[in-house]
Ligand binder design. Structure first.
Ligand SMILES: [Zn+2]
Ligand SMILES: [Zn+2]
Length: 117
């Protein structure tokens, strides 16, 4: 995975596909569809990854996403990805309603792994 430097707090590290594992979490793509968006796990800022070629070395630069835009993106991510039923793809606005749905429709707890006793 690519190594990045946070444009806000200057943390350096790797992007990890597992949430909360690396220095940065993947948060989908910027609306132009080309540049990845990551969240810095140190300062919680959102960053747009700006790939560039410098002396033949690929070293992505990051841009800090403005606070207000980032808050909106965080909310959308939460609703569309984190609060999404892994069984049928339906989305929810609260953790509670997702759990209720999992239990009622699929007979599962929110982890999606164990059937209820
Ligand atoms: Zn940072
Ligand atoms: Zn479902």
């Amino acid at each position: 995975m690519a190594k990045l430097t946070c444009a806000s707090c200057e943390t350096r590290g790797e992007v990890d596909l597992r949430p909360g594992e690396g220095a940065f979490d993947i948060r989908g793509r910027w609306p132009d569809g080309n540049r990845p968006v990551v969240k810095c796990n140190s300062c919680e800022h959102g960053l747009v990854v700006q790939p560039r070629f410098d002396f033949m070395i690929w070293w992505p630069k990051t841009l800090v996403i403005p606070e207000e835009t980032w808050r909106r993106m965080q909310r959308q991510w939460r609703e569309q990805v984190e609060l999404r039923c892994r069984q049928c793809g339906k989305t929810f606005t609260t953790e509670r309603s997702l759990q209720d749905h999992m239990t009622a429709k699929h007979g599962l707890d929110s982890s999606g792994e164990q059937p209820r006793a």
